[in-house]
Design a protein around this ligand. Structure first.
Ligand code: M6R
Length: 612
């Protein structure tokens, strides 16, 4: 949700900033901009509506020399996407420029006071008040003024500020929105996440809430906003592989990421399964007192969007095989409830980005109430990975497409591993532990086989793109997958409306909408609820509804009832979601392509939702 970049050093700042913005574009892409401070101490700002390449075009004809600069790619919160609302924002005199990710909740009242004092505003954003407040209170030191200003700001922010009145530095601050300072040799970088500096440095300092950083070419000092005391911070090395953030011959990141899934499953499981003992080894959980983990009697999974649907698959797995009651809660709801939590409750936050604001807020609430907090997170070093007591990384690699695909599958895989990990300390037998591990081990090959259906799925997308509505139906392990199929179709091919429903719920309402113009996608592997789903297919057929079925290879009889069938290989029931997901992800991707959409960056969305 908005990407921030900053540079101070020996290069042309604009070159790094442009490169960084392209890597951060997945965070928001309705407008962008940068401000560069030249050696002659002039500030040049360029802003553009639309994607980063529009900014790049604009920069070609503009003065942007200088080795200090800040930049931003926006996902609108306050003020529609326009050049005036694009960041960086400045004060009245154009001496101070600010980029911001987050929401200033009390901006209206601050703005009214500033206007009374004669300040002239150019945008409808909440961010602009910060530049004017700095202008109003400036007494020579940018960092002291910013610290002073932040004391009257309510809300969330990751900020980077430069000023020609106190040049030679970038001042940054953080509260509830992510920000990293990346350390180079005679140069330093600022970014919303470390992927932006891949290829430049691998040394990262994670700013924590309430901290302010003063970043110069050769130094980086962190202080507490509250009392100005120096804070000692560790500089971490991160593994940033530039090739992972390239399309590698694919037309879209989304397709690349779907086709990477077999490899992702190998990476998520590598070194974690001990077949002959039917055990799973999760290094990230070893820091815990194992008795504490053994004693938990309830799990609450907290997540948003697609990650929550992986959580629902985990709920079925953990209850069936580890014998622990599980509830899945949306971050945006859990944070405002009065949950009953004790020290025997484990709260697992699932998040690809590790930065989703609602998931973080819920996690912190659970932590305050004494729960054991765990994370299943893909982004190394992210807020959730740092705020949880222990956790498991997905190792899915950077996911750049806004729609989450490979991370979703890896979340299910990690939940399966977690099920064995916990199950084997409880009632799960050696035989069952071994059986699940054997089946997980086969998954990469089985996913490869599923991916071979891509041409068939592409032609199905062409055939069905004329329909405006879809119903996705599944039961038990594949009920969350039906919801995921619908979510992806809405997200990527947004001319189509889709709903994901539990097969048994269909006749309690949605069936009213079914006719020959309203197709249904049935997620029906050959499992314990297959017969029940068959009855649901009959009910749809009786209303002349079209059926696309995803089922297990060998289920030939389904061709008698379904209009189109996509076959997947056979696996253990609890692992079928790993195989049924891929055709649905491909279907949504090809549908989006049918409409000519940018399937990596669907309209109105952003990859990581760092505002409430
Ligand atoms: O980074 P997270 O996994 O916490 O993100 C959660 C959701 O915002 C995310 O899964 C969203 O629903 C995706 N765009 C779905 O494809």
């Amino acid at each position: 949700m908005c990407g921030i970049a900053g540079y101070i050093g020996k290069r042309q700042a604009s070159e790094f900033l442009l490169d960084a913005l392209k890597k951060l574009e997945y965070r928001g892409y309705d407008s962008s901009g940068m401000a560069v401070l030249s050696e002659e101490n002039t500030l040049n700002c360029v802003r553009s509506i639309g994607r980063i390449n529009a900014l790049e075009e604009k920069l070609k004809g503009m003065k942007s020399n200088g080795s200090i600069g800040i930049a931003h790619t926006r996902w609108a919160t306050h003020g529609y996407p326009s050049e005036a609302n694009a960041h960086p924002h400045s004060d009245c005199s154009g001496n101070i420029f600010v980029v911001h990710n987050g929401i200033i909740e009390n901006y209206k009242i601050l703005k009214e006071d500033l206007i009374k004092n004669g300040h002239k505003f150019q945008s409808n954003t909440d961010t602009e008040v910060i530049a004017h407040l700095i202008e109003e209170r400036f007494k020579g030191s940018l960092e002291q003024t910013l610290a002073d200003v932040l004391k009257c700001i309510e809300g969330a922010y990751a900020l980077a500020v430069i000023s020609k009145n106190d040049p030679g530095k970038i001042v940054v601050a953080k509260k509830s929105s992510p920000l990293v300072i990346c350390i180079g040799k005679n140069e330093n970088f600022i970014a919303s996440d470390s992927s932006a500096v891949a290829g430049y440095t691998d040394k990262v300092i994670y700013l924590d809430d309430g901290e302010l950083g003063i970043v110069t070419k050769d130094d980086c000092k962190i202080v507490s906003i509250a009392n100005n005391n120096k804070v000692h911070k560790e500089c971490c090395s991160v593994d940033l592989d530039v090739s992972e953030i390239r399309k590698n011959g694919y037309e879209h990141f989304l397709l690349k990421e779907i086709f990477e899934i077999p490899e992702v499953v190998k990476n998520s499981t590598r070194g974690r399964m001990i077949l002959d003992q039917g055990l799973v080894k999760l290094g990230g959980l070893e820091v815990l007192d194992q008795d504490k983990l053994r004693n938990i009697n309830r799990i609450i999974i907290i997540a948003c969007g697609t990650a929550s649907l992986a959580g629902f698959v985990g709920e079925y797995m953990l209850e069936e095989y580890a014998g622990i009651p599980v509830e899945v809660e949306l971050g945006s709801e859990f944070r405002y409830r009065k949950p009953i939590i004790d020290s025997k409750t484990a709260v697992i936050a699932i998040s690809q980005s590790g930065e989703t604001a609602d998931t973080i807020a819920s996690l912190l609430e659970a932590k305050r109430k004494g729960a054991l907090t765990l994370g299943i997170v893909n982004t190394v070093g992210s807020t959730i990975s740092r705020e949880t007591e222990a956790g498991v990384y997905n190792h899915a690699g950077p996911e750049l497409s806004v729609a989450s695909t490979k991370a979703f599958v890896s979340q299910i895989i990690v939940l399966a591993l977690f099920t064995i990990y916990l199950g084997r300390t409880r009632d799960m037998s050696l035989v069952m532990g071994k059986r699940i591990i054997e089946e997980i081990d086969k998954l990469p090959c089985l996913i490869e086989e599923t991916l071979k259906n891509h041409e068939q799925i592409k032609s199905l997308a062409a055939k069905y793109s004329k329909y405006k509505n879809f119903l996705f139906l599944g039961r038990k392990y594949n009920y969350p997958i039906a919801r995921e199929g619908a979510l992806k179709l809405k997200e990527i091919a947004y001319h189509i409306h889709a709903e994901g429903y539990a097969g048994g719920e269909m006749k309690h309402g949605p069936i009213a909408m079914i006719d020959e113009n309203f197709p249904s996608v049935f997620v029906v592997p050959n499992d314990s609820v297959y017969e029940k789903m068959w009855s649901n297919m009959e009910e749809i057929k009786a209303r002349r509804g079209k059926i696309i079925a995803i089922t297990t290879k060998g289920n030939k009889n389904i061709e008698d009832i379904a209009d189109d069938v996509i076959y997947i290989p056979k696996t253990l029931e609890m692992l079928t979601p790993v195989l049924t997901t891929t055709p649905l992800h491909l279907f949504a991707a090809y549908m989006g392509m049918e409409f000519g959409f940018d399937i990596d960056k669907p309209r109105n969305l952003a990859k990581s939702v760092t505002v409430e």
